[in-house]
Structures are given as structure tokens and as C-alpha cells.
Write a protein that binds this ligand. Sequence first.
Ligand code: B3K
Ligand code: ZN
Length: 885
Amino acid sequence: MEAEGPQTILLADYQPPEYLIETVELDIALDPTRTRVAAKLSIVRNPALKTVGKVPLKLDGELMELESIALDGRQLKKPAYRVDDTSLTIPSPPQEPFTLETVTYVNPQANTALQGIYLSRGVYCSQCEAQGFRRITYFSDRPDVLARFTVRLEADVDAAPVLLANGNPVERGTLAKRKRHYAIWHDPHPKPSYLFAIVGGDLGSVASTFKTASGRDVDLRIYVEHGKEERAHWAMDSLKRSMRWDEKRFGCEYDLDVFNIVAVSDFNMGAMENKGLNIFNDRLVLASPETATDANYEAIESVVAHEYFHNWTGNRITCRDWFQLCLKEGLTVFRDQEFSAEERSRTVQRISDVRQLKSLQFPEDGGPLAHPVRPDSYIEINNFYTPTVYEKGAEIVRMIKTILGDKTFRAGMDLYFERHDGQAVTIEDFVACFADASGTDFSQFMRWYTQSGTPELVCDLTYDKRRKSAELTVHQTLKASPGKQKKQPQFIPLAMALLGENGKEMDVKVTEGREIRDGVLAVTERTNTFKFSGVTSRPVPSLLRGFSAPVNINISLSDGDLAFLMLHDSDLFNRWQAGNQYATRSILALIEAKRPKAVLGAKAAKFATAIRSALFDDRLDDAYKAELLKLPGIADVAREKSSKVDHSAIFTAHRSFSRAIAEALKDDLVEIYDRKSRSKTFSPDAKSAGRRALRNAALTLLTTCDGPEDYARVAAHYKRASNMTDSAHALVLISGVDAPERETVLRDFHDRWKGDHLVIDLWFAAQAQSPRSETLDEVKALTRDPLFRLTTPNKVRALIGTFAMANPVQFNRPDGAGYRFLADMVLEIDRLNPQVAARMLGAFRSFRSLEPKRRALAKAALHHVAGSSPLSRDCHEIVTRMLDD
Ligand code: B3K
Ligand code: ZN
């Protein structure tokens, strides 16, 4: 077994299930080390298959102890069944429908992988997606087997007064023996096993109600640690707004009598959309002005919405197999992005979504871990919950909307809900709804799902002054990526405009080339040419407006043109994009420059002028201005170089550029900082958060001046802060510099928040992202801090994840010590929690573009991981793909 290595699963091998499971009755007696699971499954041959003769029934199951097995009420003895490490097989089951009963035991306390049933700070909870249900009972653990579940839970009254499962509550009662009690839940909606969930624990809660559009009353409840109830109101508010929004925007109404959310402290990811019983990482539920930042508030709102929206996109209509993961994830991310855009500011939301896409998905798509949005093979499916499946998947849905327009897009969604409710479907089924609703041919468009890599559009614009015409040539290039050498041109909606010398959009006509809709060109070939008439002055092109497709765009524009776009583009996204590009380009030019001072002076002055004019433009809101002030990060600049990346050189140039901008804008920044002083009462709304964001962005720039007064300003900001947004911002800034106040501020934060396991993660993260050279030693020391726990994913992410993924300078130390540290930590974590370990390994995903010395050191660290034993399937797959040439 071992020598063969883990098995690769192929999309091409998909076979429908031989058996269906219609109903499931589970009786779960919770116990910390010996939880008993009695299961009764009613099983039928899949009528769609019409197979004749005996077909073995093979159920998935692992890490359980099987006590008994009975078929139609009769105990089975071997060889009537077989068990191995991953399955239970009945070689010749009856042809007619039958019931199968098993009794198994699992050990929640020993479950550090956090899949199946486990204990989190004394609370029993479960995580099944993707394949955790097979750690609870023997089952056909695949998303195309949909069953109706009834669950009886039993536990000690004291340890678990709250007992929850999916669906609606049916009955509860106490048992005479040993102060035990039980609760019965029934979920009327057939669902795949990955959506199964239970919770048992001693929890506090907040409650509310919601009346659906058709008048159904739903009881809403959010369960949290006792004493933290006050911090759950924002999540509740977000939930109600999401429910209303989904009705209005997509006609999707909730379909059970209750909706429960439970916050737990140990969780492998953000949250999980189990039917009627969402389980959340408490980081994404709990918020108060004193303990949560605006970013936390925003994340809570969007994740609560995301999980809720899954009720229709994921739960009612689910995936046929795990290759179709983007069917639910890409679509649901798109839906939560739209929700946030409408609740907050559309442009700022778009900027933040694109920042995320470019900083996480683009590097993945350009490196050894690249895979299509719908992968065609996997070893461990948990490794495919990636930015590509989620964020690029969402961009694909957004492009469909751009191509069809709002109304037709909605018609396609309506058709999808109507046609596929209750089914497990594929990407083809999804796209067919838009094709059918609009009469549009999406066959070329499907390549977005099957080809990995970020397309690059190399554009050239020429102007004919005499004819008042212009010509835009677009070359589409698609680099080879793992498993895909030759690629076909993709269908790219390119939103654009030509700006005239007065800064206004010119009213041009497309005379050659296809326009999909007003201002959106269809790029379909390796080379497309578009001609425009009515070009009354030299045009400055505003391309890929609103980031209309997940591509890189390349057109030669002068600094003057970019500054012009920063000042005038009526597409606010592109205005920001122009500024970002200007800054990135300037930093790269500084690295190459023979006389950096001269380059810096000219570049910074133009940039500062454009920024200043935006800063005092009353038509722009504060959140947007804050985005303009945030310069691209070190990693953003690094991404623009496909080889020989030297993070120390980028850091030095970045610092000079930031300081030059800060000095040029000093008076303005100080004015903004002082003017936007603290408001008396805290409100998490977008406008108030925008005000804080702008002030903090000004503070960040001012701090790069590195003067004693600049450090004193940060220290004072920390001291005077009346909310966590400001304290945490100051903490990160001061932790990043060698300020005399640094130690005091860090100690103060620690002493104040050491009793709060969520807030203290900000303290770990602030230190882990410091670009100072001492950081690695400090991070190593922090792994031994009494508040750090290797078994808690949030702690691992805050300290080790932040160091590896958000500290490009110190992770990529020239001596390779950052790489070795990460490799050692990954191996340690892998023994406890393979999923989290494999995720950490992702920090190496761009190692091939490093300068040769760093590349060799990173490769050696990866080889060290690859050569270690035991190594989980999760890490094995990542490291193998990473090292594959
Ligand atoms: N569907 C879950 C993610 C499950 C991850 C399993 N490794 C949360 C979400 O995307 O909504
Ligand atoms: Zn999701």
C-alpha cells in the first residue's frame, strides 16, 4: 500500500452511485473518548442505473471501531461483510431495498484533525465537508447520495445542555440514568453527508426571529461561549440582512423552522454551511468595538452571508462530485461579494476583492499549484478549497453577468433554481441555464473552467488623428501550466473606454470587432483587432474597467497617462488601479535605477499630486480614499517579476517610495489624521469604518518617515484608541519598526488581552509580520508562549501563517532560515492536523520565481518535507506538485 503512494482520483472516472441511501437514522451518545454511533440506513439500488445481478455495496469509513452490523435486522458475520482501514463492503447485498444497521465508536477527544466529531474547548462539534462523515459512521460519503436524516443525540446534561443537529427540533427529554438527556432532530430536506452536523455543549446564545417573504416564521439563534453573548449581535444582524437580501435579489427563501449558528474555537477554516446548523470559527462570529477590528466586522458580515447563501447554492442544489466544487463555492462567493457591495460601497468592495484575487489566486495560478477552476484530478480534495476554486470561480460567474447583463443573468439564475432544486449537478448544468435563458453560446467560455493559468492581454492602441479613429489590438497569451501545455484562446469580456484630452469618456463607435454590450469588447482569438470612430482627441485607454475579467493586462502607458487616469477616469476602480500600477512600477524602477534618488524625485512628485487631488475631492468617500493611500505591498510588487525576486531589495525600494510620498504629502496626511479624529460612539457601519480606514492609512504612511515624532504619533494612537481597529492598527505599525515605544505597547496589549483567546491572536500576528530582522527568532520564541497552541488552527494561522504568508521579507530571508522554520513547523503540525499543515505549505507556492539562492534554499526545505515520514496525504500531494518539474 505505502509504496504505491496515495491514489489519484480522476474526474473522467466518475460513476454514478450503485446504491442510494434514502433515509438515515442516527443515534449518537456523546462521550469524550467513546462516542457511540448507531446508524440505520435504508438502502436501494440506484434505479437510474438498471444494473442487473449482484453488485457489492461499499461504504466509506475510517478511524472508527465497528461493534456490530445487521442487515434487515439480522446480525452479519464475516465473510458476509469485510472491513478495512477505509471501507466496509457487503459483497452480496439483497436486490430489494434493505436496511443496514451499524454500531461504531469514535473518540472526539483524540481527534486533532478536526474532521468528524471532535471536542473544542469542551464543546462537541462536527466537521464533515469534504469527507469527514466517514469518520462518524459507515456511509456512501459522496455528494451525489442525498438522504433524509433523523438524528437522536444523547449527552450528560451538565456537559452538554445544548444538543443540536440539522433540520427542525422534534423532541427532547431527560433520561433516568446518569443525568443524561436527549434531543431528536429531523431534516426534511434530502442532503449529502457533507452537510451533516451536530453540536453538544454548554453554550450561551442570542435569539431573534425572521419572517420570510411568504410569511414563514423562523427562529434564529447564535450559540457562543457563556459571557460572550453581547458579541454575537453583529452576526445576528448580518444574518437577518442576508436572509432579506437573498429573497429580494435572488428570490431565495429560507426553508426550515430554525436557523442555528454555533461558534467554536477550534476550526480548520472559517465556517461551514451545514443545513440549518452552520458551525463557525468563533473569530467570524464574535465582535464588539473593544475586541474586533473593522476588518473583523466586515469579515463576519460576509461569511455569515456566504454560509447562509449556501442554503440554496450548495445545499438545495449541490455538487455531483467534488470536482464541481466551484459550482457551489465560486457561485456563493460571487453572491456574498454582491451582498457586501450592496451593503457597503461597490467600488471599495471590488477593489478589495481584486486585491485578494491578485494576491492569492494569481500567484497560485502562475505557480506549481496551478489547477483549473474545475480540477480534473486530485489526491486529497481538501487541498482544492483554493483561491482558484473560490475567487476565480466567482470571477467566472461575474463574467457571465457582465456578458448577459443584470436581467438576463437573473433569468439564468432563476432557471437554475427551478430546474435543479434538490439535485446534485455539474458545471455544465449550471452554465446551460444561462445559455438557455439567453440563447448565448457558452461553449468557448467553458474553457475558463478547464484551463488553468491567468491569461495575459498584450494590448496596443494606435490613433489616427486625421481620421479621428483608433485601433486597439489585443493579443491573448496563455502560458503553460502544470498538466496543460497547449491552451486554447478564452472568451474574455473586456470592458473599456477611451478618455479624451479633457479627461471625459469619448463617445466612440466600434466599427470593427465585436462589442458584447456597450463598452464591453469580446476578446475571443489569439489576436483581436477593434476599430473605433469618433475619436476626437488623442485617446488614453481605460482598459479592463471594473476588472471585467481575471486577466493581466499589458499596455504601454507613460507615467503621464497613468497619472491622467488617476485624476480623471470615471471608472473609480480603474482610477485606483492606475495609482496602484504607478506605484508598483515606480518601486520596480527604483530597484533597477543607477541613480535612484533622481528617479524617486520625479516619480513621487507626480504620484503625490494625483493622490492629493483625490484626497480632497468631496465626491469620493473615505473608504475609497483609504484604498488610494494604501500602497501595493511587498508581495504585490514581487508578483510583477516572474523571476529573480529579491524581497530585501523590494523592501528597500518600497520604503524609499513610501517615505517620499509621505514627505510630499506630510501636511495633508497630518491634516487628515487630525481632522478625522475619533468619533465619540463606535459604529461598525461602512461610513464610520471608512473614516477610521482613511485616518489609519494616513498614519501608516506617516510612520514610514521614521522620525521620533512619527513613532510617538503611533504610540499615542495606541494609547488613545477607543476601539480595536485603532489599537490593532497601531500595534502592527509599532511592531514593524524599532521604535523606543515598541516593547511597552506590545506588553500593554498582551497584559490587557491575555485572557481573550481571539484578541490575543492579533498580538501574535502583529509580531509575526514585522519586517525587522529579529522577527524569526521572536516567532520561534512565541511558539513556546503559554498562550500558543499548535492544536488550535487560529493560533497556527495567527503566528506561523502570518509569518509565512504575510511577511515576505522575513519569510524569504536570504539565509533560508524562514523556509527551514516553516518546513519544521509543517511537519510538526502534520502529525496533528494534516489539513492545516498542507495549507501552510502553500507559502512556498511561488518559490520558483525567487532569485537563485533563495530558490535553492526553499527547494531544499521542500525536499526535507517530501523526504519525511510519516507524511499525510494532504502534505504529500502539495509537496509533490510543488517539486514536480
Ligand atoms: N464549505 C466550507 C468549506 C469546507 C472546507 C473543507 N476542507 C465553507 C465554505 O466555503 O462556505
Ligand atoms: Zn462556501
